[in-house]
Write a protein that binds this ligand. Structure first.
Ligand code: FAD
Length: 286
């Protein structure tokens, strides 16, 4: 791998390109704080509705890589992109020294026709592998199965195909029940998937965010987590502190069980990342 060593548990962050001037200014402040936490890399999401990925995801990845000097990973959902568009994006990334993509299919948008050139993420993985041999490529995975899949076996077999197409490592969807992740790791091992799997952790700091996520990601809500949401429904500060403690507890358990790395969904919030990092600093490779 060119930029990221995953031999020791790593801590990495995800950010998203803001869609307002205020959001942009706030993100720059967030990024300067995230830099101080020395993440292994920062990944930048990409909307599959974006009409100008070069001005959003690529621009932000460029900033992370060349102004903050932290390895950047550009997310690339390709279901609605043509090969020519993908070529242009890869070239723009290469020109700013970002040689690392998270290759995605992206969610389906009702009523919008696809180009048919990248039906699954694995099509993009092989395409990037072929075009940019020095790129590091990661893929998404789903400990509780992708919602489009009929069953876990099918889901893991498709994942294996994606890894074989050229993924160097995988990053998981968020989850609140570590047992689901351990079961998934076991299923991957049984299927012969041997690349590192980073665990996606989302600290829940407010109730609406939790409810939205649980609905969209269809993730299992353990009894302990549900109790926090109910007990502190009308106490935002208590909910925030309990949500952070829950995420820290998840991370400590995962690292103790030798997870390859933690990928923190920061939601562009430096404070939560800082608090988590402070509480778990000695657990990670520096
Ligand atoms: P795929 O790997 O293609 O899988 C999608 C479905 O197709 C699965 O059910 C799979 O089992 C099935 N499948 C795969 N191959 C085959 C095959 N050969 N035949 C039949 N079925 C098959 N979305 C964004 O728009 N922007 C982002 O920045 C973004 N970042 C993400 C980061 C992470 C870590 C994760 C976990 C998700 C992210 N997503 C993002 C969401 C993601 O794009 C959606 O979950 C999307 O629905 C699936 O994308 P995928 O790359 O996992 O698809």
């Amino acid at each position: 791998m060119s930029q990221v060593s995953l031999h020791q548990p790593s801590l990495s962050f995800e950010i998203f390109p803001p869609n307002s001037q205020v959001g942009e200014e706030k993100l720059l402040q967030t990024l300067s704080e995230l830099k101080g936490l020395t993440p292994k890399f920062i990944s930048v999401t990409c909307s599959n509705k974006s009409h100008n990925i070069e001005q959003s995801t690529v621009k932000l990845a460029d900033y992370v890589q060349n102004q903050l000097h932290i390895p950047a990973v550009a997310h690339l959902p390709a279901l609605y992109l043509s090969k020519v568009q993908v070529d242009n994006i890869l070239l723009a990334l290469q020109q700013c020294g970002v040689n690392h993509v998270l290759a995605l299919r992206g969610d389906k948008i009702a009523g919008q026709a696809t180009t048919g050139e990248f039906k699954y993420a694995s099509d993009l993985v092989s395409y990037v592998k072929d075009k940019q041999q020095h790129f590091t490529i990661s893929g998404a995975c789903y400990p509780e199965m992708h919602p489009d899949s009929n069953n876990r076996i099918e889901d893991v077999l498709h994942l294996k195909q994606k890894v074989r197409a050229g993924c160097d490592y995988l990053v998981s969807q968020l989850f609140f029940d570590n047992e689901c992740f351990y079961q998934f790791q076991e299923n991957c091992a049984l299927a012969g998937i041997e690349v590192p799997i980073l665990a996606g952790i989302m600290p829940i700091i407010n109730r609406n965010q939790a409810i939205r996520l649980i609905q969209t990601c269809q993730t299992k809500v353990p009894r302990k987590f549900k109790a926090i949401l109910e007990k502190y429904e009308h106490q935002p500060q208590a909910l925030r502190e309990a949500g952070l403690a829950y995420a820290i507890d998840q991370i400590v358990d995962l690292v103790t069980q030798n997870v390859d790395g933690i990928h923190l969904y920061t939601m562009n919030q430096a404070t939560t990342a800082r608090e988590i990092s402070r509480a778990t600093k000695s657990l990670f490779a520096s």
